[in-house]
Design a protein around this ligand. Structure first.
Ligand SMILES: *[C@@H]1O[C@H](CO)[C@@H](O)[C@H](O)[C@H]1NC(C)=O
Length: 237
């Protein structure tokens, strides 16, 4: 029984420490958890992440790949469908009936995007899936004079982002600086440049034939043709 006093002492020490030790336990755990998530020092700079940049690597991967820690914008929960992306620029190329659509990522985890194209009151057509780095896509086969609505949809494991209903009033307002995922698209009627080119070529042809006739009937008589013998078996005179 020589060990019992020391055992008692040990027990006493343990119990006297216990009140201090117990609150420490959970706090220690929390601190460990915090240490696992990258906790950049206060001097950390924002990551070189642009939510509107095409082929933008996800910020989490930038953090992982970078030599120094950087800060990422906060994201909504992956257990929720993404917020709608923001459609930024749309360039319509009327000559070939295509449009290039740009958008910006929402502050949500996104697995893929796709475009929805609706002509007039028709049913929306779904474009091919695009990976999460993509921020622009081309629409093809647009009809001259056609009126379309294009929307961009983001999706993750929990679902897809919302799209305003067809003919919604908020879409009507989206004339100027759009903030939503949709945009009205008016393809100009018959490409006017082609008409201009046709008129130009026609005018040039008419001018050319006129000058040829003038040369043939008037000037050649006065000054003579420099290549008379070569190429003119039937003279007009
Ligand atoms: C995503 O798609 C783009 C365009 O199709 C492609 O260039 C890029 O390599 C893809 N990235 C990944 C991670 O699959």
């Amino acid at each position: 029984m020589l060990g019992s006093p020391s055992l008692l002492w040990l027990l006493a020490v343990t119990f006297s420490l216990a009140p201090r030790g117990q609150p420490l336990g959970p706090r220690d755990l929390k601190e460990e958890e915090k240490d696992e998530t990258p906790q950049p020092p206060s001097s950390a700079v924002p990551c070189d992440y642009d939510r509107c940049r095409h082929l933008q690597m996800p910020c989490k991967e930038l953090q992982r790949a970078g030599p120094t820690p950087c800060l990422c914008p906060g994201l909504s929960s992956p257990a929720q469908p993404p917020d709608p992306p923001r459609l930024s620029e749309v360039h319509v190329v009327a000559e070939v009936g295509s449009a290039v659509v740009h958008w910006c990522a929402p502050s949500s985890p996104v697995h893929q995007y796709w475009l929805l194209l609706r002509e007039g009151d028709g049913a929306p057509q779904k474009g091919p899936p695009l990976n999460s780095t993509v921020r622009k896509a081309e629409l093809k086969g647009l009809k001259p004079g056609g009126a379309y609505v294009v929307c961009v949809v983001a999706a993750n494991g929990a679902g897809e982002s919302s799209v305003p209903p067809a003919g919604g009033e908020d879409l009507e307002k989206v004339g100027g600086p759009a903030l939503g995922p949709c945009r009205k698209l008016a393809v100009p009627p018959r490409p006017q440049t082609l008409v201009h080119v046709a008129i130009g070529v026609g005018a040039a042809l008419v001018l050319l034939s006129c000058s040829a006739l003038v040369w043939h009937f008037c000037l050649r008589e006065r000054w003579g043709c420099p290549r008379q013998a070569a190429s003119r078996p039937t003279a007009g005179l």
